[in-house]
Design a protein around this ligand. Structure first.
Ligand SMILES: [Zn+2]
Length: 298
């Protein structure tokens, strides 16, 4: 199976389709991909191309069955048992599974695109890094970051970096990594929140910092990640909810430039992760923050 690509591999392919919002349950992470895609159509960013990942649904179901327990996958599909089906905090409806499968398919499609063409790619996926092997958590259903790791490993990538700069820590990702992968899959995480923190081992690293120290913490974290190179593949969880936690837009913009520079020519993907209309912000703000990541990578 190969990723459908145009001859112009220099465009940043950003995977998305309307199933990213298939759940009846309305939340920023089950809706914002639509607003971002509409914004990219109305006000395009040069060298960015939206691509539909529907072709990868079957593949997504196969990978989901490898990275989550059968009981949990069944619960998300059927709604039973209800407590497990709603462990993400979403009220269960029959659209939850198609929604989460589409987000996962986007990450798998982006991974295949990046590794098969040795380029950068992206998916408008979110709600991933708190999901652990046996349950959802913190508005995350299936762990698309781990789906990307699994896909990359099947494509022969040995040394893989997960860079998680969402405002919250990636304890769900770490939980599944410990179960499925060796020390050559490394997670480097900077968080401004104690939510879902984890205990690093090997080369992995977690920094919990104050929002006023954020830019310097990212610089230090990227210097550390650079000391571990080379990587065959980089997965960036590009949460912009640091804005909801008091980090300035200038610091977010600087972060995205630093990460894009760090990635360089290594095959890499990003997913959206957090970014909310909480506080004084609206969906236009959230779209604008995520566009900073897309622009930096394009
Ligand atoms: Zn978050």
């Amino acid at each position: 199976m190969t990723t459908p690509t145009s001859p112009l591999t220099s465009t940043l392919k950003v995977f998305f389709n309307p199933h990213f919002a298939a759940s009846e349950y309305e939340f920023d992470t089950t809706r914002k991909a639509i607003d971002i895609a509409e914004s990219l159509i109305a006000n395009p960013i040069a060298n960015v191309e939206l691509v539909d990942p529907t072709f990868f649904y079957q593949e997504a179901e196969r990978v989901i069955s490898l990275i989550h327990s059968p009981e949990y996958v069944k619960a998300v599909k059927t709604g039973k048992p209800r407590e497990l089906a709603q462990s993400s905090s979403f009220v269960w409806d029959k659209g939850i599974f198609p929604m989460a499968r589409a987000h996962t398919a986007g990450m798998i499609a982006a991974t295949r695109c990046a590794l098969e063409n040795s380029v950068r790619a992206a998916s408008l996926s979110s709600g991933m890094h708190h999901a652990s092997f046996g349950s959802g958590a913190g508005f995350c259903t299936f762990n698309g970051l781990v789906a990307a790791i699994q896909t990359a490993r099947e494509l022969g990538a040995l040394r893989i970096l997960v860079l998680d700069y969402d405002a919250h820590a990636g304890g769900g990702t770490w939980n599944i990594m410990q179960k499925l992968f060796d020390d050559n899959v490394v997670q480097v995480d900077v968080t401004v929140s104690p939510f879902d923190t984890w205990t690093p081992s090997g080369e992995s690293r977690l920094d919990i910092v104050d929002s006023s120290d954020y830019r310097e913490a990212i610089r230090t974290s990227l210097d550390y990640a650079a000391s571990l190179e080379p990587f065959d593949f980089i997965i960036y969880n590009a949460g912009v909810d640091i804005r909801n936690s008091g980090v300035s837009e200038n610091d977010l913009r600087a972060r995205e430039r630093m990460v894009a520079n760090f990635v360089g020519s290594t095959p890499a993907i990003f997913g959206l992760a957090g970014g909310y209309t909480w506080g004084r912000y609206n969906i236009d703000d959230v779209v604008a923050w995520h566009r900073l990541t897309i622009s930096a990578w394009a």
